[in-house]
Design a protein around this ligand. Structure first.
Ligand SMILES: *Cc1c(COP(=O)(O)O)cnc(C)c1O
Length: 380
């Protein structure tokens, strides 16, 4: 199966027709336990916290999409991050980007910080800085690219080199790019983490997380932690995420196209001061994005003239773009990071400008999206 293309693997890996009935779609194995043939002799499944066939199907498919040998499905993106961070021991240190996702910052600083794990937040767009100021006992470097909500791009290969030279592992949060546009393991990352709540599920109907790796020891750790702690999803949610991901490639192609058209409109608009999008040649991370991504994705942020009030007027005037947190699904969303999603990063070194608007550009008809934005920008 590994020789097949991306979409073929998304649709087929781990998803052979069910052997008893021939069902073409992976069934929702709604069961907590599995009958055993004899004491200690089972068919690969004993208890659904430890493993469930619907979950196994998703794990095989998603690992294949990331080009990974192993993958584990988790109850949420943050549950997946938590399981990775539990590899650390008191006294260890983790370096994250200075604009890490708010929930990641909160988990590392407020949960693991209390458990004796040191942390720091650096500008990872400048890997030589990290090399020169390497914090002692760093075991993990945590990269997000592109970042939320500023769409900063980090050169995965360059940071991997610094991390590995110092004996640390590199984790990449690939939520914004998705495995269709970027496969961090092929650029030197050791572990990839996703919030499958976003593009992989793609329909705003489930919360989930996923970790991919080629490192068998990391995989064993993750499975041990998941079984010991219990951060699993029920099979219905797993089924919906797997179903959503079958169309990831076609959705991402449309997200890319629609976002490019939105960026065009914003770039020429008198109410807009700056557009943040890795696909723009003027974006500081454009070269790195071109090197490691096959498309620039559906997330667009922009700053407006007229400050916070103008930003909020625009956000509230939009009709088709729904005012909501989250991202990555078929419908377009608009939000104010300063007052909404960035609040979980309280205490972070990152100041999000209050004239910033974030869009998750969906896959609706682009003419409708542009008309809605044109109308909303008029309210500035
Ligand atoms: C949403 C998100 C997370 C957290 O995932 P949940 O599924 O909400 O727990 C982590 N990283 C990024 C980049 C995200 O957008």
């Amino acid at each position: 199966m590994t020789s097949y293309g991306f979409s073929t693997r998304a649709i087929h890996v781990g998803q052979d027709p069910e052997p008893i009935t021939g069902a073409v779609t992976v069934p929702v194995f709604q069961t907590s336990t599995f009958a055993q043939d004899a004491v200690g002799k089972h068919k690969g499944y004993e208890y659904a916290r430890t493993g469930n066939p619907t979950r196994t199907a998703l794990e095989s498919a998603f690992a294949s999409m990331e080009g990974a040998a192993f993958g584990v499905d988790f109850a949420s993106g943050l549950a997946a991050e938590d399981a990775i961070l539990r590899m650390l021991e008191p006294g260890d240190h983790v370096v994250m980007g200075n604009d890490a996702y708010g929930g990641t910052f909160r988990l590392i600083s407020k949960v693991f910080g209390r458990a004796g794990i040191g942390w720091s937040a650096s500008d990872l767009t400048n890997p030589s800085d990290l090399a020169e100021n390497w914090p002692e006992n760093t075991k993990l470097v945590w990269v997000e690219t592109p970042t939320n909500p500023l769409l900063t791009v980090v050169d995965i290969e360059a940071v991997a080199e610094v991390a590995h030279a110092n004996g640390a592992m590199l984790v990449v949060d690939n939520t914004f790019a998705t495995p269709y546009l970027q496969q961090p393991l092929s650029h030197g990352a050791d572990i990839v983490v996703h919030s499958t709540t976003k593009y992989l599920g793609g329909h705003s109907d489930t919360v989930g997380g996923f970790v991919a790796t080629n490192d068998g020891e990391v995989d064993s750790h993750l499975r041990f932690i998941q079984n010991a702690v219990g951060a699993v999803r029920g099979p219905w949610d797993v089924y919906l995420t797997l179903r959503g991901a079958k169309t990831l490639a076609v959705r991402m192609d449309r997200h890319n196209d629609n976002a490019a058209a939105v960026v065009d409109l914003l770039s020429g608009h008198s109410a807009v001061s700056t557009v943040l999008y890795p696909g723009l040649e003027s974006h500081p991370g454009h070269a790195a994005a071109k090197k490691q991504m096959s498309g620039f994705g559906g997330m667009v942020s922009f700053r407006v003239l007229g400050g916070r009030d103008a930003a909020i007027r625009i956000i509230e005037a939009a009709e088709l773009f729904i005012l909501a947190e989250s991202l990555g699904a078929v419908e377009s969303l608009i939000e104010h990071p300063g007052a909404m999603t960035h609040l979980s990063a309280e205490g972070s070194p990152l100041e999000v400008p209050d004239d910033l608007v974030r869009l998750s550009v969906g896959i609706e008809d682009v003419s409708d999206l542009l008309a809605d934005l044109e109308h909303a920008l008029g309210a500035a």
